[in-house]
Every structure is written in structure tokens, then in C-alpha cells.
Design a protein around this ligand. Sequence first.
Ligand SMILES: Cc1cc2nc3c(=O)[nH]c(=O)nc-3n(C[C@H](O)[C@H](O)[C@H](O)COP(=O)(O)OP(=O)(O)OC[C@H]3O[C@@H](n4cnc5c(N)ncnc54)[C@H](O)[C@@H]3O)c2cc1C
Length: 402
Amino acid sequence: MSGTKFYDLIVIGGGAMGLATAYHASKSQNVSNILVLEQYAFYNELSSSGGSSRQFRLQYEEDYMAKLVLAAIPYWDELQAHTDITLRTKVGSLWFGAADVQSSEGQINAARNVLDRLNLPYQNLCAAEIENEFHFTNLPDSYGGFFQPDGGSLNTPAILRTLYQQAAASKRVILSPQQKVIELIAGEHEIVVRTTSDTFTAKKLVIAAGPFTNEILKLLGIELNIIIWQMVSCYFKKKHAGVDFPSWFVFEEPKEYYDPGLYYGFEEMSWSNPGFIRVAPAFALHTFRDPADRTDRPDAMDVWRTAQWVQNHMPELEAEARFKSWCMAALPAHNAKKMFLDFAPHAIPSHRNIVIFSAGWAFKFVPLIGKICADLAIAGKTSVDISKFGIEEFYERPCDLD
Ligand SMILES: Cc1cc2nc3c(=O)[nH]c(=O)nc-3n(C[C@H](O)[C@H](O)[C@H](O)COP(=O)(O)OP(=O)(O)OC[C@H]3O[C@@H](n4cnc5c(N)ncnc54)[C@H](O)[C@@H]3O)c2cc1C
């Protein structure tokens, strides 16, 4: 690729959201060419969409989030039709622990109320039932929770591959790795995008740069209040082949310095370390603003705390993790904001030609967010209510951070 080239739509970021945007945009008759620029290789482990799995759950403590998950389901079904590999398992989602603990993931009681209001099915469970049915042990008698049957796990690598293959199958999409965007000039009617090796011009731009969002937004003179967690995952060998788990999340009272008492896990996944169970802390000791602060190993304390939890409560697993992985999660610094999904702020010329998605626990929404980003960029509107994810009042200039 060399010389200036003109595209109807350029997507910055070839992670899950960028690929989903390209996939949906490729189905529109109103764009003739789409370029996806990825600074690394596609399927890289250096951003937010790495690793083997993500949780899919309906329960949220906000009605609008649960409704958004419901809205995503038809898009998951549509994506599933393109492959024989299961993209979303339906093993159910178990939430248990101290039902009134407030956490970054929500609260058991509040989520139960939302399930009631939306008339979604679930089964209430006491501590003894959770131990008997799901192989946990040593749970305090006061613990309770529920099992929601529509939850499960997302097969991250297969989802990325399916989105990539579907986008690549369209003659209108160019997927370009090793192209780091280093300059943006937003004019009234077009946007110039300069990478380390080329220069392009776009009518419309979607920025889906994950933990690198602020590196891109600084090129436009703005910054979002995003914090990055370097999250650890541990894989524990099962002792007995016949035993399995649902997708689960435990909420405990914070115990001591930096142990918020939040852990989650998965069923045995045929596509990732069969014979092992992934258990992870839903917190990170290492948090930062600049993705360059990522380290090249998992945090030893996060791994140790996870092993402690497994040793205390999961007797069907070996005591020590045999494999570990780690990955950067970008999150809105204010927990009340669940993610950013909006046009660029008014201060930027041609702001409605630029769409920004970033941050949050958003993998469960991937094909829906791809559709929304494509619609916003191409048609200038979406039928989905995204008013809670606006950035206009939230963006802050760099000097306002910290
Ligand atoms: C450990 C972990 C567990 C999670 N668990 C869940 C879960 O259970 N359920 C859930 O719903 N969500 C979960 N999430 C969140 C979910 O994974 C993210 O919301 C999702 O992966 C974000 O995808 P993305 O495409 O926006 O970002 P990314 O995957 O980070 O993609 C952004 C891409 O942009 C590229 N890029 C950045 N800057 C540039 C540049 N200058 N030029 C070109 N390319 C650039 C990057 O290299 C990257 O490939 C989890 C996240 C982590 C890390």
C-alpha cells in the first residue's frame, strides 16, 4: 500500500469491535470500500480481545444493560450461522456470594430485581445448594445466589476468526495489519489518517482502539477518562473428568488490602486447555492509564490470591495454576459509566463522521456494537438506545486527568 487513498470508511483497531464493525459495514450497499487498520497482527494478545473466553450473562443491576444483552442475542445467532464452531455456549451463569456486596460487576440482589422486572428466568440458591450442585465448598451459610440458564461463555478466538473471515470475504473490505495510526486530521468533510507507512483519506471513521483509545483521541485533542486493568487468568487442572462447572462469579466482602473478593470462572472449554478450568480474579493489582505500562508477566499477587480462592473453595481442582495468561481491559474510570459509544464531541470538526467505541465489559455485545458503529458511521443513526454511553459530557482534556 502506498500513496494517498480514499475510503468511505476507515476503522482504527482490528480487535473484536473493529472487526465486527467492518463485518456489518460490508453488508451495506452505501459503502464501496472499507479499510481496517491494525497496529499489530490481527488476533494479537496485546490488547483487550486476547485469551480464550469471555462470559455472557443477562443479569445486570441496570435494566438498560440487561436489555442491551437481549438485543445482542439475534446478532450472535446471525454470526453463529456462519460457522459450525460454537461461538456462545449456554451452560448457564451462576452468581453467588454475599448478595448485597456492591462491586465493579454489580450486585446480586440488584441483578435479581432486574431479572424479575424483565421477566427473565432464574433459580434462587442457598449456600448448601450451590455446594451440592456446583462442586464449591466452604461457603459461609449466609451466602446465596441464583442460576440464570441463558448465560454461558464466548469462544473468543473463534468469534474473532469468524468476524475476520466474513469481513475478508467481502471484496469491499481491506484488512491491514502492522499499520499504526499516528496522525489524524479531521476536516469538515473528510478525515486524513496517517499511519507509520501510509496516508489515507476517509469520509467516515470508527475508532475502536481498546486500551489505546486515548493515544488515538489525543491526536484529535481530547481524552476519555479510561483506566486500564492488567487482568490475569489462571488454568487449574481438573481432578476428575466427569466434574464440570457453569460460568460463575462470586461476590465476597473485600478481605484485606487489595483483595476485593471477586472471582469468576468458566466451564471446561473444549477449545482452550481441555481438562482445565479457567478461574480469574475480577480485579487487577496493576492498573494504569498508559498501555505502555503493561508488563510482560502476570501479576504474581493476583495469581496467588486466585490459587488461594481455588484451594479454599474448589476441591475438584488442583491447588496451583499450571497455565496463566494476562490481558489489558480498558474500563471507564467511573463505574457508573458502562462504556463509551458515541459520535466524537462537537468540538471536533466533522464530529458526526467520527464514531468512538471504547472501554467496558463489552465482549458480550460484540456483534451488536459492530452493527451500531457501522450504522452510526454509514447512516448517521442507530435504532438502539445508546444515550447512556455518550461521551460529550464525559470527555476530558489531558490536563484534567489524575
Ligand atoms: C481479561 C479480560 C476479561 C474480560 N471479560 C469479559 C467478559 O467476561 N465479558 C465481557 O462482556 N467482556 C469482557 N471483557 C472485555 C472485552 O474483552 C472487551 O470489551 C473487548 O475485547 C474490547 O474489544 P475492542 O475491539 O474494543 O478492543 P481491542 O481488542 O483492544 O482492540 C483494539 C485494537 O486496536 C488496535 N489499535 C490500537 N491503537 C491503534 C493504532 N494507533 N493504530 C492501529 N491499530 C490500533 C489494537 O492493537 C487492538 O488490536 C474482558 C476483558 C479482559 C481483558
